[in-house]
Design a protein around this ligand. Sequence first.
Ligand SMILES: [Zn+2]
Length: 512
Amino acid sequence: MGQKLVSFDTDRIKEYVFATDKLKEIRGASAILDELNRWDMVEKSRKFNAEKIYANGGSGMFRVHATSAKALMQALEREYRLKTRTGSITSAIAELPDGFTNQDAVQPYLQRLAYRLRLKKDENILNQPLLTHSYLRTCDSCGEQYASHSVTNPEPELLCGSCKNKRDKNDEVKADIQAIISGKATEAMKHKLWHRLLHDLKGEGYKIKEKNRPEDFGDLGEMSNPQNYMGLIYADGDSMGKALEELNNLDEVKQFSRVVDDAIYQAVREAICAYLPPGDKYLPFDILMLGGDDLAMVTTAHKAIEVSMKIAEKFSELTQKGLSKSLTLSIGAAITHTTFPFSSLLTLAEGALKFAKKEAAKRKRHGRETSKEGLINFIVVSNSNSLDFDTYHSETLSDEDQNLYRTIRPYSLADMRYIVETIRYLKRKNFPRGKLKGLQDVVFQSINQSLLEGLTFLKSTKDEEQPRLFIKFLERFATNQPPYPFPWFQDGGDYYTPFLDLIELYDFIEAK
Ligand SMILES: [Zn+2]
């Protein structure tokens, strides 16, 4: 008998990690999945003499003797249920021909696996059991599952097994971190994400001594400028499916998966070293999900954009180095008050990310130049009426009846950098905040009124240099030749302006 490939993928991974708005549960869930994926699954597979092709970011693939494939698949599924309680994976098997090596053409088998996985996932969704025992009390934290544990921390709460499990894991990681910081890390800790990260940060001179992860989002808000704001960075790899289809054999699959997983980790680590030095008590960031080509992290508000830029830059650089072909990330960054419900913030960041992807595809279709580091989108939530990015874009950022577009998001890395530098320049020059606010009002007026007031704005700036700066800024993003109907440029019959984007970010970029 020959060999088989067993592949698995976590079901509704985001629903599991972000089941509640509480940082400690999100963190616990993330740690459970990371360990399961990178460690527990691989340990299990050893019992079946399986060869790991990859295991990270919620999915994995093993090569195993045909007679053990089904047992391995069941063992992996069981392990997931056991460790997560409410989480699950879907797995599938594909047979390899006799004598198949890791250098043989593997695409037909990978495609078969992907197809089987898809079918099984769709089937599982239809078979979701609906629990309706309304007389049972539901969990105080997730409100979904039935409460089975009472805890006091500090208020008494009734929790379900899954939430309790996540909190316990968070406590465990917290204790481990204390051990690492005081130099008492054990060998067993080294496979865990936070341990590896702290170890590596420490090695680069990052001062972790006596620092802790933020207890809740409020701690991030206290370190932010302006205070009580935070940023959520949500990123994932572009066209990963297509890149996978271009791999020839299992050795290439192994290498691809390792390079991508390492690249996102290294990119995050370098961004932390460059932009997120520790605060007095806490680290000014937390990582909620990291692995494969996925990232969700929170940071202090005034660092979210620079961290996003650094991650985008490094990811393409490191994949270029490791694969001789650069891959890109799309990034959605959402900045908001720390009291804003986390689940809504997540929806916004995810929406911003998806919008960036759609826009990248559109630009490609129209033959326009696409960014070699991917596109960065952002949203600053100043009022609660924008609950998803698409609505914000169609209702606030654009006015299709008048052909007005008050944004040119998402941005390439170079353009994003230009915006950040312009903000810094204006801040250094003490450009009046009120005047920018005035410009913001201008872009919300009818086209004729805005042209009139745009001119007034340019004339009212105090020296010659400033109007030139604003015109240059517009020029940078214009798709045609001057003169421009300030504060707009025209493309076909449509009017576009980049100024609202600059103004929205203004408070969240430091002068330096
Ligand atoms: Zn719960």
